[in-house]
Ligand binder design. Structure first.
Ligand SMILES: [Fe+2]
Length: 199
């Protein structure tokens, strides 16, 4: 693929991020972005995402299209490989990095990913030191955050997670595509929250 696909994605991400007050308040879009090579890595969820038909009509259509265009050459993540999360989750949960390790761009101040879930998928409680914000780009999902009532969020809505605050997510009849950013604490990946930890 040409580098132009990633450059288009960066342009779309930057424009959307800068136009979204909550994202900008959480973390200004980085001004130190550098490009880096991507080693493509394919997982089954990449095919589900490529064939996805449930995410049309998003107000973030051009960004969704740019994320989709990167799918065939992205390095899809397997964050929970080796855990007991189960084959269904491993096969259907989709995530690739946009800014950060394994992604087409790097920054010192922020990480960014796409996170995709098809219908009827449960993403168990997990936590990480980094502070996080989710923005729903298309579809909808129910977001769970320790200490808060569950909320169904759809395109344009955000969910913010404090450092090490457990959170979870599930889809019902709709798929969901999210833009996810981290600030601070980049060096520790997410871990599943132990079942006996209150949530
Ligand atoms: Fe998270």
């Amino acid at each position: 693929m040409t580098r132009a696909v990633w450059d288009t994605l960066l342009d779309q991400v930057r424009a959307m991020h800068r136009a979204h007050p909550r994202l900008t308040a959480f973390c200004p879009f980085p001004d130190d972005i550098t490009a880096q090579p991507v080693t493509p890595y394919h997982i089954p969820s990449a095919d589900l995402f490529a064939d996805e038909t449930d995410l049309s009509g998003s107000p973030f259509g051009p960004l969704c299209d740019a994320i989709r265009a990167g799918g065939p050459d992205a390095h899809w993540r397997e964050t929970y490989k080796g855990t007991d999360i189960g084959d269904d989750f491993m096969d259907r949960f989709g995530c690739y990095c946009i800014i950060g390790d394994g992604g087409p761009f790097q920054s010192r101040t922020m990480r960014a990913w796409m996170v995709y879930m098809p219908p009827h998928l449960h993403y168990r409680w997990h936590h990480h030191p980094a502070e996080e914000m989710y923005l729903v780009l298309a579809g909808s999902a129910r977001f769970f955050c320790q200490g808060a009532a569950p909320e169904v969020l759809s395109a344009g809505q955000t969910s913010e997670h404090a450092s090490n605050q457990p959170h979870a997510m599930e889809t019902e009849g709709s798929s969901v595509l999210n833009y996810v950013i981290w600030r601070n604490g980049f060096d520790t990946p997410p871990v599943l929250t132990p079942e006996d930890m209150p949530s």
